[in-house]
Every structure is written in structure tokens, then in C-alpha cells.
Design a binder for this molecule. Structure first.
Ligand SMILES: Nc1ncnc2c1ncn2[C@@H]1O[C@H](COP(=O)(O)OP(=O)(O)OP(=O)(O)O)[C@@H](O)[C@H]1O
Ligand SMILES: [Mg+2]
Length: 242
């Protein structure tokens, strides 16, 4: 197992944003994490990346207990993420933004020109190489999302957490991004994707976890989850069956 969550909770004052969540993720798989707004999906990412420690429970990554490991050290160990609200450094070039991942990630390269060369390859993967020298602030939302992914990939992650990468993309951009996510998985990188575009996530995920009000209410293959009555009631409605 690459990731193992054991009874993980996070409370903000009285609110249990994540409530005793346990799940396991095998290496080389895509996990789709779905659920209504405020269900605790981003909070779970913050717990896995170490933004804050859980109030209860343990997190194991690659066989090690990382519950108390600092965020930068988790990055060195191979956990990288994209943010729901994309925030590149606006005055830096697209290439320099991607290179940040290479300098602070797993197996880091401290030499600037080598880091830039390695990062350029991730820009090629996401289709941004032609804009490498532009300032990040000149990019459209779609391209900022691509850059966010390139920066995360430049960190050479074993586990990649994607927070609503497909939100705001048009249908053809969604298809391109889905193919890209699958090709990243085929490189051996394990992925957790938080996504409201249920049809997209069901199309590429190996395993689905459904959160509702902080609790894991269902877990299984996309086919199993699609016919789970409590998930349909809590979240899916008729969207998959329309
Ligand atoms: N830093 C924080 N301080 C206080 N409350 C927080 C904090 N972060 C999240 N919350 C609360 O925790 C709950 C879960 O939020 P979270 O952002 O994890 O949901 P989400 O599933 O990612 O939702 P969305 O689909 O809208 O992105 C919400 O009620 C939110 O208001
Ligand atoms: Mg969120």
C-alpha cells in the first residue's frame, strides 16, 4: 500500500471537517475523491500533505508513519499536490514556476539550469512548453491549471493529489486532461483526484471514495458507487443516470 489512512480526523473548533476516515490506496492506481461542497475533500488533502496534523488518527505513506512529518519533508518523500485555487508566482516565468517543484521536490536538483531543463520536460507533458518564458500572470485559467500540474510533476511525486483540476475547463479540455492524468498514472504515479465532474472521474478512477459531512460514506469501484443508494441520495442524484 502506498497510502494508508487510519481513523483520520480534523476538527476546526467544533466542526469535524474530516471524521475518522480510513482508507488504503495501492501504488499505480487512481483514486477519485468525491462528495458535496464542504464534505472535507480539500481538508483531507491538507492532512495528507501535512498542512496541519490530524486531531486523531494516523497516516502511513510508503510504509512509514508520516503523521507528524513536516510538509516539506513529505514533499521530499514524494507527495505533491495541485491547489483548488491555482496560485503561480505571477512575476516569475512559467518555466521558473515549474522549476520550483524540481528544486523542492523528491530527489531535488539544486543547480538552476539542470532544474530548468528537467522542468521543461514537464511543461512539454502538459502542453505549455511554447509559453515557458512568459510570465505566469499572463496565463489563462486553463494554462494556470496546466502549470500547477507541471510544477507538481516536476517534484517527481510518487503520490499526486489533484484538487479540482478539471473545474472550469471546457469539454474538449476535460478530455485532454483526462488522457493526461491517465498517462501520468501509466508512468507509475499514484493519483488522488478530487473532482465534481463525476462522469470524468468515474471514467478514469480505479477506486472511488465518497465523503459527506466529513465522513467516508462509501468506497468501491466506479460501477459499485454508481448504484449505491446512499451515495445517490447524498451526492450523485440522477446525474450519472440521466
Ligand atoms: N482552515 C479552516 N478553518 C476552519 N474551517 C475550515 C478550514 N478549512 C476547511 N474548513 C471547513 O471544513 C469543512 C470542509 O471543507 P473542505 O474545504 O475540506 O471541503 P471540500 O470538500 O473541499 O469542499 P469543496 O467541494 O467546496 O471544495 C467546511 O465546512 C469548511 O468550511
Ligand atoms: Mg475543496
Amino acid at each position: 500500500m502506498l497510502l494508508n489512512l487510519e481513523g483520520v480526523s480534523k476538527a476546526f473548533k467544533g466542526l469535524k471537517a474530516v471524521n475518522s476516515v480510513s482508507t488504503r490506496l495501492e501504488e499505480g492506481k487512481i483514486l477519485g475523491l468525491i462528495g458535496p461542497n464542504g464534505a472535507g475533500k480539500t481538508t483531507l488533502f491538507n492532512l495528507i500533505t501535512g498542512v496541519y496534523p490530524p486531531t486523531e488518527g494516523k497516516i502511513f505513506f510508503d510504509g512509514k508513519d508520516i503523521t507528524s512529518v513536516a510538509p516539506h519533508a513529505r514533499c521530499w518523500m514524494g507527495i505533491a499536490r495541485t491547489f483548488q485555487l491555482v496560485r503561480p508566482l505571477p512575476e516569475l516565468s512559467v518555466l521558473d514556476n515549474a522549476a520550483i517543484g524540481r528544486v523542492y521536490g523528491r530527489d531535488p536538483i539544486r543547480n538552476r539550469s539542470k532544474a530548468e531543463k528537467a522542468s521543461y520536460e514537464t511543461l512539454e507533458m502538459v502542453g505549455l512548453a511554447a509559453r515557458a518564458s512568459e510570465k505566469a500572470k499572463s496565463l489563462t485559467l486553463v494554462d494556470r491549471k496546466r502549470l500547477e500540474l507541471a510544477r507538481a510533476l516536476a517534484a517527481k511525486p510518487k503520490l499526486l493529489l489533484l484538487d479540482e483540476l478539471l473545474a472550469g475547463l471546457n469539454p474538449s479540455e476535460v478530455l485532454t486532461s483526462m488522457a493526461l492524468i491517465q498517462s501520468i498514472r501509466d508512468m507509475g504515479i499514484t493519483i488522488i483526484m478530487v473532482e465534481h465532474l463525476v462522469k470524468a472521474v468515474f471514467g478514469i478512477a480505479d477506486q472511488i471514495v465518497v465523503l459527506s459531512a466529513g465522513e467516508l460514506i462509501a468506497e468501491g469501484t466506479p460501477a459499485e458507487i454508481a448504484c449505491n443508494e446512499s451515495v445517490i441520495d447524498a451526492y450523485l442524484g440522477r446525474s450519472l443516470h440521466a
